[in-house]
Write a protein of this length. Structure first.
Ligand SMILES: Cc1cc2nc3c(=O)[nH]c(=O)nc-3n(C[C@H](O)[C@H](O)[C@H](O)COP(=O)(O)OP(=O)(O)OC[C@H]3O[C@@H](n4cnc5c(N)ncnc54)[C@H](O)[C@@H]3O)c2cc1C
Length: 454
């Protein structure tokens, strides 16, 4: 038997396990023996769902996946997660003194339509006038920084209140220190158009119909659990509570805690991967350069009768850095998702933490107090939570610094045969990108094993 070990039972590792299981099930001559080892007692990594405020399933971290790239939707279909729901389509806002609608026709905050931009209450007239000169401006090389590009084209207000708010909240990032090349929609706009506004208008015109986001009705953990069940049914040995302690390389290949294996997929974040590879230079040294941001989600429920009518029709809001204290974004979860509305309480998921704002020294009480005080002030309601849950996600958002692609190329050169890296630290943070990286790692592993046999 050929032995393959996958380290990490997040969605990337689970997707790799299912793909390897399916390949070996379809081709018995491969004689694969695949083991997935997950350190914690729970599978799913950063996908986690639990009961909250009378609802059976409210996500503690990711609450949806992008539907217009295939990987997550396809995996859900294959592993039998058939009941997918989409957000209600209510509007998101940006808080700046009060809640302002995000103007229509933007691509990750990049304005694509003039009339909604002019009508928007979010931007000053001076900022609107500056933004409208964008198509006339010369193309300037902004390097790989989103912040430099957007400020140079549209001015500081559009950057702070729109693009940095949106992109910053998706990646828990400071867009001045985040790689443009790693945000595909923005990279495509910058690469293919002299004017970002013209490019954004064309991109919004091309938007396919159908929901932008989907989620399993039972929460994102359902996708991880169903993938684990599918991998197990295909013969993979999926072991939660089984941390890997040490990796080593010798003439016979990789050793996992002393046992020789034929191939290894490291599907844990870069920091634990580096620890495991401590003696394997230069790979471990390169991984040491990876950075990640802390995030916490404070979920609260408030009595429905205390929720003002004027906030109906909104899915939540973002807080630009220029006016940020602790809270970066708020999802009105029971308005965003129909299946979470029960008429008795409203559920809010409040995000705290981002690049440059570590949370390790803040107690749960401090997080809760910041969340309730700030959101109460933002929306003009004295929030009195009747249920509270705090979910901490230390070092959960990899920070792709400008030049990230060069770092990836360095990793490719440093990786020894038989080892493949997968997961959010490398090619994409979103759930579909993590699934794709796991499936690619499985395909690369199979290619190598087949080549070795010939
Ligand atoms: C708060 C939050 C909100 C998010 N929102 C969204 C969203 O709405 N949509 C979206 O698409 N994405 C979202 N994301 C991002 C997405 O959830 C993650 O990027 C993705 O789940 C990461 O998957 P992964 O498999 O790469 O890594 P992880 O989920 O980090 O899994 C890695 C696993 O490796 C294990 N491990 C580590 N060391 C060892 C060891 N030595 N031995 C064995 N196992 C080990 C860990 O315990 C962990 O389970 C969000 C993330 C967070 C934290």
């Amino acid at each position: 038997m050929v032995r393959v070990v996958i380290v990490g039972g997040g969605i990337a590792g689970l997707a790799a396990a299912r793909a390897l299981g399916a390949a070996s099930y379809g081709d018995r001559s491969l004689e694969l023996n695949v083991t997935l080892r997950e350190a914690s007692d729970r599978l799913g990594g950063h996908l986690s769902t639990s009961a909250f405020a009378g609802r059976p399933a409210v996500d503690e971290s990711a609450d949806a996946f992008l539907a217009r790239v295939p990987h997550a939707t396809a995996l859900a279909g294959v592993v039998g997660v058939d009941e997918l729901v989409s957000p209600t389509g209510q509007h998101a806002a940006v808080w700046h003194g009060r809640l302002h609608d995000i103007p229509d026709g933007t691509v990750l905050g990049v304005p694509g339509k003039v009339a909604p931009l002019l009508r928007s209450s979010l931007l000053s007239w001076r900022a609107k006038a500056r933004a409208l000169t964008e198509p006339l401006r010369r193309r300037v090389d902004a390097g790989d920084s989103i912040g430099a590009l957007v400020r140079g084209r549209f001015g500081a207000e559009v950057h702070d209140r729109l693009v940095d708010s949106l992109v910053g909240s998706i990646y828990a990032a400071d867009t001045d220190r985040f790689s443009l090349a790693m945000v595909p929609q923005l990279e495509a706009l910058a690469r293919t158009n002299r004017s970002l506004l013209v490019g954004a208008r064309a991109a919004t015109g091309r938007r396919a119909s159908g929901p932008l986001f989907l989620a399993p009705a039972g929460g994102m953990a359902d996708l991880a659990e169903a993938t684990a069940a599918a991998a197990t049914a295909l013969g993979v040995d999926v072991r939660p509570g089984a941390p890997v302690h040490e990796l080593a390389i010798d003439a016979n290949g990789w050793r996992v805690d002393g046992d020789v294996v034929d191939a290894l997929i490291l599907a844990c974040p870069a920091a634990p991967a580096r620890r495991l590879l401590g003696a394997v230079a230069p790979l471990a040294d390169l991984l040491a350069g990876a950075e990640a941001a802390d995030v916490a989600i404070v979920t609260i429920a408030v009595a429905a009768e205390a929720w003002p009518e004027r906030l109906r029709g909104r899915s939540g809001y973002l807080v630009p850095k220029s006016v940020q204290r602790a809270v970066t974004a708020v999802s009105f979860a029971s308005q965003k998702w129909e299946h979470l509305a029960d008429g008795r309480s409203e559920v809010l998921r409040i995000s705290i933490g981002r690049d440059g704002v570590p949370l390790g020294n803040r107690t749960d009480d401090a997080l809760l107090q910041a969340a309730v005080t700030e959101v109460s002030a933002h929306i003009g309601v004295d929030l009195a939570p009747v249920h509270v849950r705090i979910s901490r996600w230390p070092r959960s958002f990899p920070q792709y610094r400008p030049g990230h692609r060069r770092w990836l190329e360095g990793l490719d050169r440093a990786v020894s045969p038989g080892l493949t890296l997968a997961g959010a630290s490398y090619h994409g943070i979103g759930v579909p990108a993590c699934i794709e990286s796991g499936e690619r790692a499985a395909a690369a592993t199979l290619d190598r094993l087949r080549a070795l046999r010939q």
